[in-house]
Design a binder for this molecule. Sequence first.
Ligand SMILES: [Zn+2]
Length: 101
Amino acid sequence: MNDLECHRCRRSLRAGTPDPSARAIRRTRGNGLCPDCVLTYFLQNLDVLRRVWQEHGPEVLRLPHVQTHIATVLNRTQLTPGEIDYERVVANWNLPVSKEE
Ligand SMILES: [Zn+2]
């Protein structure tokens, strides 16, 4: 298997290498997940959001004000909001997320 693709959704981890955001992508390569999947893992494991996913599903991630809120959270992490493709996050929401080894 190509270790330069996300082991969950197969997104290339080399996408946009000339882009400054590639720095963050490289950092997330440690656990083999792309930024979309790192965000998914993060969101699915926040207790305060669990009821949101049960009642509304991941489609709420398409709402601009939700993305704005997430962006403020991401600014305190290794991810940058520009790296996140919310359509992919929603589409891949139910793919299994393996625990980090
Ligand atoms: Zn992925």
